[in-house]
Design a protein around this ligand. Structure first.
Ligand SMILES: [Zn+2]
Length: 166
């Protein structure tokens, strides 16, 4: 994970490199030795990389979140309404979770439908009993109401059909 400054510098360097690539390609690059064993990215690939970097979470985002939590915590001790304090706590927790998800650092606990059991079919969000990797005709297929990955039982069945299981 990079800081805002590191990210900005990398983006500028990438754009600079991309600009140079668009110019006279026959000119020997002073960085040619970096590409002895790998081809440099194409301008389109650099665009994609810049986009990826642009939307990535920085260490500054985490520092900012820690400040927000710390500042909020100093007020809790003086709060006489616990429901209010709990609401603030829930809101901060949600924001921390969203930040971790954005940074791809949040691994949610597996849902009940993913735990071993009679109706575990190997497809998260779908409950169905399989025999030899297949659904027996007429067997029930239900979407998991806990994680609600599928909008309906019907949608869950459609997914199993797509996968060749049903
Ligand atoms: Zn589930």
């Amino acid at each position: 994970m990079f800081s805002q400054r590191e990210l900005a510098t990398m983006l500028a360097a990438l754009r600079c490199w991309q600009h140079q690539m668009a110019g006279d390609r026959s000119m020997p690059s002073p960085f040619a030795s970096h590409f002895d064993e790998a081809h440099p990215l194409t301008p389109a690939e650099i665009d994609a990389l810049c986009e990826q970097l642009n939307t990535s979470v920085t260490s500054d985002d985490f520092v900012e979140m820690c400040h927000t939590v710390a500042e909020s915590a100093t007020h809790w001790a003086h709060c006489s309404d616990w429901r209010e304090a709990c609401a603030v706590f829930a809101e901060l927790g949600l924001r921390c979770r969203q930040l971790l998800e954005r940074a791809k650092l949040w691994k949610p606990e597996p849902c009940e439908c993913e735990q071993p059991g009679y109706f575990q079919c190997g497809v998260p969000g779908i409950l169905a009993h399989l025999e030899g990797g297949k659904l027996e005709s007429g067997s029930a297929v239900e979407r998991c109401d806990l994680c609600q990955r599928y909008p309906s039982d019907e949608a869950a069945l459609v997914r199993l059909r797509e996968m060749g299981i049903a």
